[in-house]
Design a protein around this ligand. Sequence first.
Ligand code: PMP
Length: 400
Amino acid sequence: CKTKGKADSRINPVGITEAFKRDTDSKKINLGVGAYRDADGKPYVLPSVLAAEDKVISERGDKEYLPITGLGKFTDAAAVLAYGQDSKPLKENRVAITQSLSGTGALRIAGAFLARHYPHSREIYVPSPTWGNHIPIFRDSGLEVKHYSYYDKKTVGLDFEGMKRDLQSIPDKSIVLLHACAHNPTGIDPTPEQWREISNLIKDKQHFPLIDNAYLGFASGSVDNDAFMLRHFVEEGHQLVLCQSFAKNMGLYGERVGTFSVVCADPEEKARVDSQIKILVRPMYSNPPVHGARVAATLLTDPKLNEQWLAEVKGMADRIIGMRSTLYDLLQELGSKKEWSHIKNQIGMFAFLGISPEQVDRLAKEHHVYLTRDGRISVAGITNHNVRHLAESLHEVTKN
Ligand code: PMP
């Protein structure tokens, strides 16, 4: 496993959006954006979110500061959503949880918490590749970032053997970052069977799992499916930390709603961790914002709105899954000789096409199709209106 060097500035969705904006061609497509778009390519505010907001506003709550760890009604419900109604550590009152500034803020607390309190290692192993921001987040937290194998270029799939080999060869008790579902940027997840093996290996090596769950429910359309990995690790008795984001599954990007939690050994440890979390958070940002948390709490606790929200999450996931199939079918119809089944098999908002940076450049220059140079597209940016142009362009640049 390699130590990571500099981040690649060409893999930068912001730069891509700028190039996209400068392009005046009417066929242009931006597949760099990390946010869901509706069937017309427009930002989507979930109707359940609008209804929850109406309810929150009608309640005329005050604008006082929240406690350091946020809105209890929200964090309690968020914990049940992730860990499950029957979660043993929740029932035993041994999960310490705090509201966070979305997933990024949760990861930043996780980094700071482990840098200060994890006694066995200052190294965190992240998959290669991983979400670009993981690296500076953990580096700024005072951890040393190293990589374990994850992506197999040849198969455009999971390098499961490489992953196991690396997790086996790194020092015992290392901190290991795992994407709970819908791995970003590859869209490639281990199967449940592979997760079981990974869990056993991590247990044997006494590694400490840090689980990043930014896409709960958004990957497959079912919260229980997407929570499999987390719940399995918890059932297997791992002590772990979890970073949760409601940016994607509630479309609350700019509201910054998330949680950071720690599964502790017992309620006494939980109490100590709770107090250490407060000591960490207070000098960082004092306390989190209230509005988004009230909206999320309403969606999680009002039975009718909860049902509506879950149906809308499934709607978003289904649109993405449908676009994957349409793109695949069109590539077949156009007679592409390249193997594209990974487009259908990958999961979540992103698809890793397995094309070269030069092919990505041609897509932009010759076809007005913009994506990051690692060959990642945001499937959420594909619509019925642009999918044919995308398929034709992809076929064109991959012909030889
Ligand atoms: N983790 C992963 C893997 C992500 O893809 C993202 C969003 N792109 C995040 C965390 C954090 O996002 P946010 O801070 O908006 O919740």
